[in-house]
Design a protein around this ligand. Structure first.
Ligand code: PLP
Length: 459
């Protein structure tokens, strides 16, 4: 499917319509587009992106959402239920991640709009934490594999980001991290797991370093928090990455990924009330009244919060454990399938998100392998430095037959890459998009600015 295939099919709206259209027409159009666009994930061929894929679960969440879609959580007096949902989501996530218990005055968390906000907020907090200690030129040290939302936050908030190397196992190299820390370092970052390779940085060692230096440590569990948290209960050797480690001062975990909520929610937890307070923003003397807000957003939808809460309380621990078990088993099976190809190599020791590349001896281009998989409707994610692709396993991938189909298609894809050695691959490394190199090179304006994709009025 192209990136704007609708110009020929539907009327292109370039200016505000004078008269509204009948709801039934609009709904029919929406239904047609949504059904078409969702069809590949039902086949279990999509990496990441669709985390639950349980249609009944989505229907239920949509019903919940509908009750509060119009509600603005800023109006806490009007919607005390949202306060209940928010408090309980934070409490459940804190329990899952072993945050300081209620008897210690906790938990101390906030709900955000997603992973990016859950990574930017702690940067702001640690900058402020540094300021209180006389640090005016703060820096944060993170491995190169940490998510670009940290780059974004550092850019927005005037923080120097220092990037540490990773080991040959693609997790933070502690020697490199240590060498970058100085008296202006306010925080370290580690991921559980990383977006590129799904791996868990040495959080215990980062925690020790944070304690030794008296600085903060944010663990990015945006992607992995709600899945890796169940690993130990399921008997997997998932290293501890949460508040049980004394140096961990904040953790983010996205309810809109493996938390199985709707898009637009994430939990950010702090170890102490003091840290969370640094995130609050208050303007006492505004003519509009006393302005207080816990984070970046202003108005927030009650529907998203209610849906995240409803997902958690209907699935319960048992529900999450069962799905996590299926995902871990599928990921292990996919890993075995990849490792069975002598031309391919898995990066590190992943639990749920399996990245692989081609071996040096094979001389194959991993993006040619990916091209062949893409032609059979597999949508994996392209990586760089090194060139690789990952398969982030979600619930739709755990269906019967998916691993077997992947095994067959992967063998053919390796053969395709061998036959086409020397030709340029169509796919490449582009975050969040299954776009081709040609599309990337043809000008990216439409990627950032959707109006650029509209056909010109004269066309
Ligand atoms: C490890 C990690 N951190 C943060 C994010 C950002 O999350 P969001 O896309 O919800 O902003 C992602 C997204 O995939 C991620 O994988």
């Amino acid at each position: 499917m192209g990136l704007y295939p609708y110009a020929d099919r539907y009327q292109v709206t370039r200016s505000f319509p004078q008269q509204g259209r009948p709801r039934a027409d609009v709904l029919a159009e929406i239904e047609a587009m949504a059904t078409l666009e969702d069809s590949p994930y039902h086949e279990g061929k999509i990496s990441g992106s669709i985390y639950s894929g349980d249609e009944e679960h989505y229907q239920f969440l949509n019903e919940v959402f509908g009750h509060y879609s119009h509600a603005n959580v800023l109006q806490r007096d009007m919607y005390p239920s949202a306060t209940r949902f928010e408090g309980e989501i934070i409490a459940m996530t804190a329990d899952m991640l072993h945050a300081p218990a209620a008897d210690a005055g906790g938990p101390f968390g906030v709900l955000t709009s997603g992973g990016t906000e859950s990574l930017m907020n702690p940067l702001l907090v640690y900058r402020e934490w540094g300021r209180e200690r006389g640090i005016t030129q703060p820096n944060v040290v993170m491995p190169v594999t940490a998510h670009p939302a940290f780059d974004k936050g550092a850019h927005y908030f005037g923080i120097e980001l220092r990037k540490a190397e990773v080991t040959d196992q693609f997790v933070a190299d502690m020697g490199s991290v240590r060498s970058l820390v100085d008296e202006n370092t306010v925080a370290l970052v580690g991921s559980a797991g990383t977006y590129p390779h799904g791996l868990i940085d040495p959080i215990a060692a980062l925690s020790d370093l944070a304690v030794e230096r008296g600085i903060n440590l944010h663990v990015d569990g945006c992607l992995g928090g709600f899945i890796l948290a169940w690993g130990q209960d399921l008997g997997l050797a998932v290293p501890t990455f949460d508040f049980r480690l004394p140096g961990v001062t904040s953790i983010s975990a996205d309810t809109h990924k493996y938390g199985f909520g709707l898009k637009g929610s994430s939990v950010l937890l702090y170890r102490t009330a003091e840290l969370r307070r640094l995130q609050y923003f208050i303007v006492p003397d505004w003519p509009g009244g006393l302005y207080t807000s816990p984070g970046m957003s202003g108005s927030r939808s009650g529907g998203i919060i209610a849906a995240a809460w409803a997902a958690m309380v209907t699935l319960g621990r048992d529900g999450y454990l069962a799905i996590a078990g299926d995902i871990f088993r599928t990921a292990a099976a996919l890993r075995a399938v990849i490792e069975a190809q002598p031309e391919l190599r898995v990066l590190g020791d992943p639990f749920f998100n399996v990245a692989f590349t081609t071996t040096e001896e094979s001389g194959l281009d991993v993006f040619l392998v990916n091209d062949a998989l893409a032609s059979r409707r597999w949508r994996l994610n392209g990586l760089q430095r090194p060139a690789a692709v990952h398969f982030c396993v979600t619930r739709p991938n755990t269906q019967d037959g998916v691993v077997e189909q992947f095994a067959a298609d992967l063998a053919d894809a390796v053969a395709f890459a061998r036959e086409h050695t020397g030709t340029a691959a169509k796919s490449g490394a582009f975050y969040a998009g299954g776009v081709t190199r040609e599309q990337i090179e043809s000008g990216m304006a439409w990627w950032l600015d959707a109006t650029q994709a509209l056909p010109p009025a004269s066309a």
